[in-house]
Design a protein around this ligand. Structure first.
Ligand code: SAM
Length: 263
């Protein structure tokens, strides 16, 4: 995740610096929360693919402010410590990492699982989309082990050719699935966020770490999504339309800083 000159000019990058967020991504979660009230009633959360930690900062403030919150943050990379956040360094697609996360929520499930995971982009669209889908499915699999009924799952998604397959898999587990594009997510980026609310697995479903959710034998109907069976989930933009455009450049001496949001 090298920093480019475009990042330095970017208004959300600068606002993140000014307000003490570790990454501009903080605004994506804040804007998603504003639209979907993600943090309402949440005391226990998992932040998958969390480094450098701006989503964990948001979570620890929004749900851990009274000292009662519990946030588990997981990433391949080490992160500087954050108050109220338990860190696990590991690969979320690995069984050992999944088990370690699940251990934290034994007997006391999570209300919210978020995943902002992004694989290293190769530039080959099909490969990148496939890798992203694998990360999302690994996150979903973990979510099925730790989420309480009615819980919420938010994950970065690439709106590529096979996104319908992912939506249909998410709809198996959640009563509401939407695709959201926060204002702070660049228009030029294929990224969006699947916002899945109301965790409600099928009757008799037993979470199973040994069976990847993308296994084609899971339900053969998922491979035949054509015509009327093609699933289209609602697409929602969020973040005030009058707020900063993430693809524009702004002068350095902005006086009226509406988006200012201190951690
Ligand atoms: N939400 C973070 C924040 O606000 O600071 C930014 C996350 S960054 C866009 C994507 C992260 O995904 C990287 O830190 C990367 O190490 C992590 N990642 C990618 N693949 C992973 C995997 N298999 N397991 C754990 N973390 C992974």
């Amino acid at each position: 995740m090298g920093r480019t000159s475009k990042d330095k000019r970017d208004v959300y990058y600068r606002l993140a610096k000014e307000n003490g967020w570790r990454a501009r991504s903080a605004f994506k979660l804040l804007q998603l929360d504003k639209e979907f009230q993600l943090f309402q009633g949440v005391t226990r959360a998992v932040d998958l693919c969390a480094a450098p930690g701006s989503w964990s900062q948001v979570l620890s403030q929004k749900i851990g402010g009274q000292g009662s919150g519990h946030v588990v943050a997981v990433d391949l990379q080490a992160m500087a410590p954050l108050p109220g956040v338990v860190q696990i360094q590991g690969d979320i697609t690995q069984l050992s990492t999944a088990k370690e996360i699940i251990q934290h929520f034994k007997g006391c499930p999570a209300d919210l699982v978020v995943c902002d995971g992004a694989p290293d982009v190769t530039g080959l669209h099909d490969v990148d989309e496939y890798m992203q889908a694998q990360l999302l499915l690994a996150a979903l699999n973990i979510a099925t082990h730790v989420l309480k009924p009615g819980g919420c799952f938010v994950a970065k998604i690439f709106r590529g050719r096979d996104v319908t397959l992912l939506y249909s898999q998410l709809q198996v587990f959640f009563s509401s699935v939407l695709c959201a594009k926060p204002r702070s997510s660049r228009n030029s980026s294929i990224e969006a966020f699947a916002v899945c609310q109301g965790y409600d697995p099928p009757e008799g479903f037993i979470p199973d770490l040994s069976k990847p959710l993308l296994d084609h034998s899971y339900d053969p109907d998922f491979n035949q999504l054509d015509g009327p069976t093609r699933i289209i989930v609602p697409f929602v933009t969020c973040g005030d339309l009058s707020s900063y455009d993430s693809d524009r450049s702004y002068p350095l001496d902005m006086e009226d800083n509406e988006m200012s949001c201190s951690p």
